[in-house]
Design a protein around this ligand. Structure first.
Ligand code: ADP
Ligand code: MG
Ligand code: MG
Length: 247
């Protein structure tokens, strides 16, 4: 599904990614762990097409399509979803407006019929219920005045409505209390743990992986994947720290 080959990228002329190789097949959940400043967020931004992140070498394809040649909205239409460490607030635009516009734009680009207001509300209500987010929250401006936990739940509601093929979730667990972590973890499993989908979970901590069991765990250090293994690698990192592995 996702194939990253020898990916190099720089920000402001500073090399950050220095040859990342990663393959995610349909049905697989991968976790990337690693110390602060390793390039984890940079990798997610490069894949999503954030301006200012320049690829200098290598490739990334989604189902064989050259991801790096697409505009950010085309990447989303191709099935890529990026969850942010710090979800943005959008004053003046309600969650429901925002999500209906996003969903219908994607459906249109895939040649599918747009959803009517009623049809969309049904989809939105099902996802909000699943994440324990009150529908009244979805009528409010995007993330404005939301607590950290509510923003993350809202992001999972977005993911459920958009129903992406591949989700890259950057520190979705940061700032969550234990109950919120469980709800978010269950949401990820419910929406994304299917034979057709793939997930890249970026996290500092093993905690989230108790709820979302990954098939593979990778360590990113200084812009490269320096080690890969199964779920036991996350436990080893939690015990021994990055120092021994990333040195
Ligand atoms: P991680 O998510 O693993 O903590 P990041 O990808 O955020 O790491 O950052 C990797 C490196 O790139 C850091 O040294 C950081 O300072 C640098 N970096 C990231 N974004 C920018 C930017 N917009 N301008 C300058 N340096 C950046
Ligand atoms: Mg960081
Ligand atoms: Mg980061």
């Amino acid at each position: 599904m996702l194939k990253i080959n020898n990916l190099h990228a720089e920000v402001d002329g500073k090399p950050i990614l220095k040859g990342v190789d990663l393959t995610i097949n349909a049905g697989e959940i991968h976790a990337i762990m690693g110390p602060n400043g390793a390039g984890k967020s940079t990798l997610s931004y490069v894949l999503a097409g954030r301006p200012g992140y320049e690829v200098t070498e290598g490739s990334a394809t989604l189902d064989g399509e050259d991801l790096l040649a697409l505009e950010p909205h085309e990447r989303a239409a191709a099935g890529l979803f990026l969850g942010f460490q710090y979800p943005v607030e959008i004053p003046g635009v309600s969650n429901l407006q925002f999500l209906r516009t996003a969903l219908n734009a994607q459906r249109k680009s895939r040649g599918e019929a747009e959803l009517s207001g009623g049809e969309f509300l049904k989809v939105a209500r099902a996802q909000a219920d699943g994440l324990g987010l009150n529908m009244d929250m979805l009528k409010r401006p995007v993330n404005v005045g939301f607590s950290g936990g509510e923003k993350k739940r809202n992001e999972m509601v977005q993911m459920g409505i958009i129903d992406p093929k591949l989700a890259i979730l950057d520190e979705t667990d940061s700032g969550l209390d234990i109950d919120a972590l469980r709800v978010i973890g269950e949401g990820i499993n419910r929406i994304m743990r299917t034979p057709e989908k793939g997930v890249l979970l970026i996290t500092h901590y093993q905690r989230l992986l108790d709820y979302v069991q990954p098939h593979f765990v990778h360590v990113l250090a200084a812009g490269r994947i320096v080690r890969s293994g199964g779920p036991e690698l996350a436990l080893e990192l939690e015990r021994e720290g990055y120092g021994a592995i990333a040195a």
